[in-house]
Design a protein around this ligand. Sequence first.
Ligand SMILES: C[S@@+](CC[C@H](N)C(=O)[O-])C[C@H]1O[C@@H](n2cnc3c(N)ncnc32)[C@H](O)[C@@H]1O
Length: 299
Amino acid sequence: MIRRCCSRSLQATAVGARLLYTASYAHPASLSHQPRTASFGFREVPEEEKERLVGNVFTSVASKYDLMNDIMSGGLHRLWKDRLVSKLRPFPGMQHLDVAGGTGDVAFRVLDAVYRCEQSGILKKSLDLEADDETRVHVCDINPAMLEVGKSRAKEKGLGKAKSLVWVEGDAEALCYNDNTFDGYTIAFGIRNVTHIDKVLSESYRVLRRGGHFLCLELSHVENPIFKQLYDFYSFSIIPSIGDLVANDKNSYQYLVESIRKFPRQEDFALMIRQAGFQKVDYENLVGGVVAIHSGYKL
Ligand SMILES: C[S@@+](CC[C@H](N)C(=O)[O-])C[C@H]1O[C@@H](n2cnc3c(N)ncnc32)[C@H](O)[C@@H]1O
């Protein structure tokens, strides 16, 4: 079953938060009644349009999404996600939220790490075995097609009925969870696709408990000029063609590579995370900045 975020009071809070955001960050365009825009790859589109366009991308590629990830990254995305989860240090009884969780790759790893933690005896007596029954990993994504693929994968892994895995259709910008709910929050290759990064960050801060860990894995910026030339060639000349061949969808993968270039650079994104309230913010570049893992704590 996929739960839908539809709590009225929470939506009211989200609307309130939106109004507050609009009031305090009013863009000059809004004062002159011009429509606000957001980048969809290299195109500027009205903000309301971006969510629909991104939705079309992921609905179109959902069934081939995991295969494409393996082909495009040569399997490296698996190691990047492993690294993300090793930084999270999952533990039995953990309440975790994986936002933009798509087909479940990160959530499966978090659960796997919890089980391994138990088997290796890290589970302390004081936690006892019931702690594992209380472990919850929520996969929250705005796109039902991606979640459906994730649920099928869960069944294949024997996790179809696992209480510890919860599938939720919801928006990263207006999460349907109470304040101070989670020990951990991850977002992998998701934040680049949202309309308002600041709202996603402030929502992640809100739902984390004190001491909670925020982690973001995202395609980022390569500094080395020679490597950058190679990477740009691969991105713009090869990836869209692979998308065409494998997923029959060149445009979605053209959007993917463009959206990476529009995403804030590592230092700028770290600053945004700090501005959302997180502390001890840092980041790690992998493969020369092809991807970066940003980390911060709610203290
Ligand atoms: C590139 S996929 C990443 C999926 C998964 N995290 C992974 O690493 O394989 C991006 C995901 O972000 C989701 N997404 C985009 N905008 C969102 C939003 N506002 N709220 C929640 N999910 C969103 C898409 O539906 C898609 O599943």
